[in-house]
Design a protein around this ligand. Structure first.
Ligand code: ATP
Ligand code: MG
Length: 299
């Protein structure tokens, strides 16, 4: 299919439109209101406004340095806004809390603890007694299919397995929101695809709202109900895109016209055509030609 034949990303099939209508009726789980963040002279985030509804899956995409990690750190309560507010179920967020689970890039497991103890850690912190924490941890280990590895240490696991443990550890506290900052960014393509399917499966089955940062357009369109597109310098909302791909998602939708149209639109937002022409990373073919070759017409 050529680009010209693609539908508009704004065209929504009736079932997709219905789903968005229902989604907007759900309670607002997290609200970002007039949020600004400055680091000295750098305006990392400027006037960010967003309402995330219960059980919604929101992806964030944007060029490096546009403030994605700063935003998620503020939502997590790890960083303070310069002005504006983050509300979780109507209450102002000022510090980390058990209602927000976090999975960040790289492996944030404690290397000196086994899989089981990594998952038990947060539960004990939240006041579970050891016996209950252990049985809860076992249930999660079972759910992520790592029963044989409950006594293994992180270094004995593959990258995908480590991120599964990180997700289980974040979910064990039964948070309302899962905050994920490029969680699959360090994984190879195949493992990444498996982790995406795995995350969607979890999301379908438990009451969780997901806020997920990625650099990968396919990943964003595949996972998200809506995509927050940010631009850099200052970090501002460029557009909030409703993904017109029907739910539930499956990998065979990657070539659907609505999938491709959404991807193309976001690609244009992030890399406008004029910017691509000016991009000086391209290979200078003229300079690569040997002087004595018969390519006079090039010069
Ligand atoms: N602690 C800090 N002190 C000073 N400046 C910071 C700090 N954290 C972030 N910044 C600046 O704020 C801007 C946004 O950074 P941030 O890490 O949020 O971007 P990002 O979108 O996550 O980038 P990437 O895609 O590379 O992960 C950048 O200009 C960065 O240099
Ligand atoms: Mg970042």
């Amino acid at each position: 299919m050529t680009e010209k034949e693609l539908p508009s990303y704004l065209d929504q099939a009736p079932e997709v439109k219905d789903r968005f209508d229902r989604l907007k009726q759900r309670p607002v789980t997290m609200e970002v209101k007039g949020l600004n963040k400055q680091f000295g002279e750098v305006i990392a985030l400027k006037d960010i406004n967003l309402k995330i509804h219960k059980r919604e899956f929101v992806c964030v995409i944007g060029p490096s340095g546009c403030g994605k990690s700063t935003l998620i750190r503020i939502l997590a309560g790890l960083e303070q806004a310069s002005s504006g507010q983050v509300l979780l179920n109507g209450e102002a967020v000022t510090e980390p809390g058990p209602e927000r689970g976090m999975v960040f890039q790289g492996y944030t497991l404690f290397p000196w603890l086994t899989v089981k103890k990594n998952i038990m850690f947060g539960l004990i912190e939240s006041g579970y007694d050891k016996g209950t924490a252990e049985s809860e941890a076992r249930e999660w280990i079972n759910l992520i299919g790592l029963t044989k590895f409950e006594n293994s240490y992180p270094h004995q696991l593959s990258g995908g397995m480590k991120q599964r443990v990180a997700i289980a550890r974040a979910l064990a506290n039964r948070p309302k929101v899962l905050l994920m900052d490029e969680p699959f960014g360090a994984l190879d393509a195949q493992t990444r695809a498996k982790m995406q399917a795995y995350l969607l499966e979890i999301w379908k089955n438990i009451d969780i709202t997901v806020f997920f940062i990625t650099h990968d357009l396919d990943e964003a369109v595949y996972l998200a109900d809506r995509i927050l597109v940010l631009k850099a310098n200052p970090g501002e909302v460029q557009e909030i895109v409703e993904v017109p791909v029907p739910q539930p998602r499956s990998p065979d939708q990657f070539m659907n016209p609505e999938f491709l149209a959404t991807k193309q639109h976001i690609e244009e937002l992030i890399h406008p055509p004029s910017e691509q022409e000016e991009d000086d990373d391209h290979l200078n073919l003229v300079r690569m030609v040997h002087v004595n070759d018969d390519v006079g017409s090039v010069f």
